[in-house]
Design a protein around this ligand. Sequence first.
Ligand SMILES: [Zn+2]
Ligand SMILES: [Zn+2]
Length: 352
Amino acid sequence: MAVTAVTAALVTGAGRLELRTLPAQEPGPGTVAVDIALCGICGTDVASYRTGHLHSPAVCGHEWVGVVADVGPGVAAPLAGQRVVVAVPPACGHCPECRAGLGDHCRTASLVARGRDPLAPAHGGFATRIVVAAGRVLPAHPGLSDEEAAQVEPAAVALHGVRRSRVRPGDAVVVQGAGPIGLLVAQFARAAGAGQVLVVEPSPGRRALAATLGATLAVAPAAAADAVQEATGGLGADVVLECTGVASLLQGAAELARTGGVVGLLSYLSEPAALQGAHWLARELTLVASNACTHEDVRRAMSFLADGRVQAAPLHTRTVGLADLDATLRSLAAGAGDDVKVLVDPRRGPAS
Ligand SMILES: [Zn+2]
Ligand SMILES: [Zn+2]
């Protein structure tokens, strides 16, 4: 039966989520229609809901897996019926960055990742169906469950951050914040050969989860400075990866790094961060910012999830339907409950 309508949920302001019914759109040239199976709730979705600071509607729900329902003219891949995950397209080859040989910083791919390209859909993955450029999806690895495949995008973001922050074999790495990104970052740091991975996190439940996923130590923030000093013989960490999204914690991250160390900013800070410039200067610290991921990161992250070196399944705490998304975002925005990664199944009815 042809699908005639799409239900989509959009954050439209602080504490406001709207469920919209839109006419189903035929995929145009170069695009595919995907029936969403699961879409993860990202910290940026929660931050938009809490603050009313809105990103493009196309990225309200940007961690999804689904099945290609239909392909538009000129699309050779993927095929209808194929299970796919959302990705960032490959470098375009035509933008100023690509022409300068800086494909990892392709402007077009970055616009797509931020939902600001001409083919950006009017909503994100909190929807029964989405129409996107064919280059935005990759075949899902057959060994991944839908729950794992829906976390390929955040895994790619975590991998991107670890690669950009230049974690090297034997490094002492601190991961600040054990939310979904921090827990994936800790695992990629371990896979990159980090000698120690120290996770700093206030929630005891998340600390316990970090320990089961390969953190060598997981401590509360108040204990972090002493723990890092002790673990590194008084030097400080080689690399500190900030994954909390709390602007006031960026300087604290720097204080855990050794002289000459690296601070990786992997989270989106919606507030300005106050930094002690004299401290950064005296310690010759390097700040590395990491935004989203590349096409290559998505491919690579998928292989780490498929062979079990990085695990996403333990992060998944529950699945909700669109009707329960508002209450779920409210709870996540309030920091209530023990959720880590909540997935949305757009076809699921309301919880009774
Ligand atoms: Zn995200
Ligand atoms: Zn480009």
